[in-house]
Design a protein around this ligand. Structure first.
Ligand SMILES: NC(=O)c1ccc[n+]([C@@H]2O[C@H](COP(=O)([O-])OP(=O)(O)OC[C@H]3O[C@@H](n4cnc5c(N)ncnc54)[C@H](OP(=O)(O)O)[C@@H]3O)[C@@H](O)[C@H]2O)c1
Length: 222
């Protein structure tokens, strides 16, 4: 039975990843920030662990608790959009919080979990086309855009560093999805976006490492 670890698994896309991998017979490890919030993931059958993506020192301890487990797929899904990130009202502290959660968090987690990755493992970072230079045609959302551009570079660099270990690393764009972050007007429902991303992940080969893919499989321009 393959093992997947999903961050930010208490709601939105993370919870949907939990439900779909669990239904597909995977062993699912789910991280949440707050035990009370982990009930839906636990109810779906996942093994729930506490982890705040801003707490770098907790990551080594977390990796220690996973001793003996080989992770086949790591889905770095947890994310934060940020507040007051339009021109004229930029909140610097909040900008740094967005960067810590969305860009530094996945890097520190991979660093901590590297010894727990199975041979031939895959790491998927849920990024956004808002982090694509080529796709940026509207303004605003400075912190979120910068954090996703930064994590895209983390993905690309990890793909080089982990190649010898046989680990495939990709960035995914889920589309615009009806979650707390995406809001009610988004065209996609979580099941559709997650099914698409799972299809992309299932079709990856080691030659795809370093790719940035839409949930429907199309490449996203950097
Ligand atoms: N929805 C979209 O349209 C869309 C589009 C492009 C990319 N994305 C990306 O998709 C991913 C999932 O987003 P979503 O739409 O499911 O958003 P969401 O409904 O707002 O869920 C965000 C998740 O991230 C967790 N999280 C936030 N800060 C955290 C922290 N410091 N430590 C650990 N977990 C933390 C949240 O936990 P709490 O409940 O504890 O806050 C929650 O589980 C994100 O990376 C997002 O950037 C979403």
């Amino acid at each position: 039975m393959p093992t997947v670890l999903i961050t930010g698994a208490n709601r939105g896309l993370g919870l949907e990843f939990v439900r779909q991998y669990q239904a597909d017979g995977w062993r699912v490890l789910a991280t949440v920030r707050d035990a009370a919030k982990g009930k839906a993931a636990a109810g779906a059958g996942a093994e729930v662990h506490l982890l705040d993506m801003t707490d770098g020192s907790a990551m080594a301890a977390f990796a220690g608790r996973l001793d003996g487990i080989a992770i086949d797929l790591l889905v770095c899904n947890a994310g934060y959009y940020g507040d007051r990130q339009s021109l004229g009202e930029i909140d610097g502290e909040d900008f740094m919080r967005v960067m810590r959660i969305n860009a530094l968090g996945p890097l520190l987690l991979v660093e901590a979990l590297r010894p727990r990755l199975a041979k031939g493992a895959t790491i998927a970072v849920v990024s956004s086309k808002m982090g694509s230079m080529a796709e940026t045609t509207s303004g605003g959302s400075y912190a979120y855009r910068a954090s996703k551009a930064a994590v895209n570079m983390v993905v690309k660099t990890l793909s080089v560093d982990l190649k010898a270990q046989g680990v495939t690393v990709v960035a995914l764009s889920p589309g615009w999805v009806r979650t707390d972050m995406g809001g009610p007007s988004a065209p996609l429902a979580p099941p559709e976006a997650v099914a698409g991303m799972r299809r992309v992940l299932a079709g990856l080969t080691p030659a795809d490492t370093g790719a940035f893919r839409h949930y429907d499989g199309r490449p996203v321009p950097w």
